[in-house]
Design a protein around this ligand. Structure first.
Ligand SMILES: [Zn+2]
Length: 207
């Protein structure tokens, strides 16, 4: 699953995983889980360098994702690969497992719509749940439905930061899209519409 921030990739990934009875393997979730754990492996310690503001290398990013893929045959992979090197590492890993990707699904949403969705995003500082001021407001204004904690606008969700995030995402992702286009795996899906409409398109692109 690929798609810019605000494309709905995470939500659709979870739904597709249910539909195809496959695990939803999200690199972001894995990283958060390792950071919250007291796992004392070489890998976990390497992941903790992100907390010091450094990027994980492509090899480490690969290793933490591949560990999750070891005992599964099918999966919906979300948040990885982020660049061509990671895409190549994934191909090498899967080939060694006697496996391969069936499709690289890209949820396409234009920049104006992404700005509209991302501006106004609220995050629960406590549990991480996200809301939207107008599109998906919490039941009680300013407070989390799950845990009742106050909601904040993360620094990353300020309009000027959103513009930068989207630009960086598109710059980094274009070569990955080209990579999957060249191997015939790319399925571009229109990400505008209701969750159900977009899901139906994703499903149709995969069967
Ligand atoms: Zn919460």
């Amino acid at each position: 699953m690929m798609g810019p921030p605000g494309s709905g990739k995470g939500t659709q990934g979870v739904k597709l995983a249910e539909r195809f009875d496959n695990p939803h393997v999200s690199s972001g979730d894995i990283l958060r889980r390792i950071l919250a754990s007291n796992e004392n492996s070489e890998l976990a310690n390497a992941v903790r360098i992100i907390e010091e503001g450094k990027m994980v290398t492509d090899e480490i990013a690969g290793a933490i994702v591949f560990r999750e893929l070891e005992n599964v045959t099918g999966f919906i992979l979300d948040g990885y690969p982020r660049n061509v090197r990671q895409a190549e590492l994934l191909d090498i890993y899967l080939k060694a497992q006697g496996n391969r990707l069936d499709a690289a699904l890209y949820l396409a949403v234009d920049k104006e719509e992404l700005m509209r969705r991302l501006t106004g995003r609220l995050t629960c500082e406590n549990c991480g749940e996200t809301y939207h001021l107008s599109l998906e407001p919490p039941r009680r204004a300013g407070y989390c439905n799950n845990c009742g904690s106050p909601l904040i606008v993360r620094e990353d969700d300020q309009p000027d930061r959103i513009t930068v995030r989207l630009r960086l995402y598109l710059e980094r992702t274009r070569p990955v899209l080209d990579y999957y286009q060249a191997s015939g795996l790319l399925r571009k899906v229109d990400g505008i519409g209701s969750q159900e409409q977009v899901f139906a398109r994703c499903e149709a692109a995969l069967v």
